[in-house]
Design a protein around this ligand. Structure first.
Ligand code: SF4
Length: 248
């Protein structure tokens, strides 16, 4: 794994969901003059074996493209600095969630957002979805929450490591809720950290081609168990529609 150096002026932290989506996202950013560092933080990927396959695919892409990569499951929780309201850090007397905090020593690390091995544990992510109740079956409700969880961590790492800009490979996908991604990116940005609303979709065909040529693992569902169920529930329906031959 390449180790990122101190961010340069054109550095950008690129939240990465997987290898295939990272290829052209990295390339497009480089074509624009940015120096991206990949950041893998995806507690929404279930089960763990799937998480590991996508993580491995990302590392493969990073090695091939010589791009630095940060893995949330290998990081210690970053120290808190000025940041907008977060899903895990509600405003409180001890930890105001304001962007107007006066300059001073870094804030305490705050509640663990899921760094180190905890970053691969689905518990906090599932709890966040459970809080939606029946709304968890509605992608319009659960996906924005999922973006929020990942972008809170991305913005936190970006600020703690001195990046002034971040974006996400989620903007490469034609299946994701682009409007919600852009809104969440803006919500996590602030005077000290910009969100780049790049459109990586023009690289889609080339990204598919290269990921196949390089043998990068290509997933069949978005990430969570709910999306896996939505992807494959038809199999169950087909099974139920079969005539009952057992009793013949
Ligand atoms: S479908 Fe994808 S974006 Fe939506 S909640 Fe599941 S993993 Fe997150």
């Amino acid at each position: 794994m390449n180790t990122p150096a101190k961010p340069s002026e054109n550095a950008i932290l690129l939240h990465a969901c997987c290898g295939p989506c990272s290829i052209m996202s990295v390339q497009i950013l480089r074509d624009r003059g940015y120096a991206p560092t990949l950041f893998f933080h995806n507690p929404n990927i279930h089960p763990l074996t799937e998480y590991l396959r996508r993580r491995e695919g990302l590392l493969d892409v990073a090695a091939r493209m010589h791009v630095p990569v940060l893995l949330a499951d290998q990081l210690r929780p970053p120290a808190s600095v000025d940041q907008p309201a977060s899903v895990d850090q509600p405003a409180s007397v001890d930890q105001p969630a304001s962007v107007d905090q006066p300059a001073g020593p870094a804030q305490p690390a705050g509640p663990d957002l899921g760094f180190g091995p905890a970053a691969a544990h689905p518990g906090p992510w599932l709890s966040a979805m459970a809080a939606l109740g029946p709304g968890m079956d509605d992608m319009a409700q659960r996906c924005p929450r999922c973006y929020e969880i990942r972008f809170v961590a991305t913005a936190r790492v970006a600020r703690s490591q001195g990046y002034v800009c971040f974006t996400s490979t989620l903007l490469y996908s034609r299946y994701q809720n682009r409007r919600a991604i852009l809104a969440e990116g803006e919500r996590q940005a602030g005077p000290d950290l910009a969100f780049l609303p790049e459109d990586f979709r023009p690289g889609l065909l080339e990204g598919v081609r290269l990921s196949k040529q390089w043998g990068i693992y290509r997933q069949q569902y978005c990430g969570c168990l709910l999306s896996e169920h939505e992807r494959y529930k038809r199999l169950l329906e087909i099974e139920t529609e079969k005539p009952d031959t057992a009793s013949e």
